[in-house]
Write a new protein. Sequence first.
Length: 266
Amino acid sequence: MTTPIALTIAGSDSSGGAGIQADLKTFAAFGVYGASVITALTAQNTRGVRGVHLVPPDVVAAQLDAVFDDLTVGAVKIGMVASRGAVEAIAASLVSRQPAHVVLDPVMVATSGDRLLAEDAVDGLRRLLIPRATLITPNLPEAAALLGEAVATSETAIAEQGRRLLAFGCGAVLIKGGHGDGPESTDYLITGEATLPLTAPRLATRNTHGTGCTLSSAVAAGLAKGEDLASAVRGAKTFITEAIAAADRFTIGHGHGPVHHFHRFD
């Protein structure tokens, strides 16, 4: 039997709740083998980011070559890319290796509010990585930032922003509604054919560290297992909702604690 493999390309979170660590935990929770390419080392905890050390682009490229030369990668998840050089190295690898599925989470700002993407990398994200993506997963502020627009506040405006993001060349857009208001948190899967709202109760907890990383990794895990995009997104939405609901079962740190990646095994 073929072992499903997913690759995460992201930054390391020293507190373990987001980034590479969250991605690998999510892959494991879905029964998918996880490989990793680290783009940055962050010194952070549940309260914030204290420092970032960028991995040189040639080392990012070497990691990518090492993984692709040996492993049969079913899906790639891209998170924190940090620098323009890393963006270019990742884009070159995607062009040469042609993975079947790429899920791009355009990480710009951490849950704590700390910026994680250099200004000069944003254009590279738009021009070099988004066109290679099967799916991009911006939250409401990230979608607005990518377009240079105000944050959308209605379903119609969100769908319109999603269609404008499709024009960058990606296959589909999942705009996450966690930053919205109201009793429900609705994500919108936008393709060239339709807009699919995915709704779940908005949960009252401060333990939301790593939610974006976890959701995008869950989608990648589903794709690596052979699911179609809509099924993978639905499964990921269910998983992150459950992980947030279970986040208060343990106490980690003194700020925004992590979601519970292994809630299904308690």
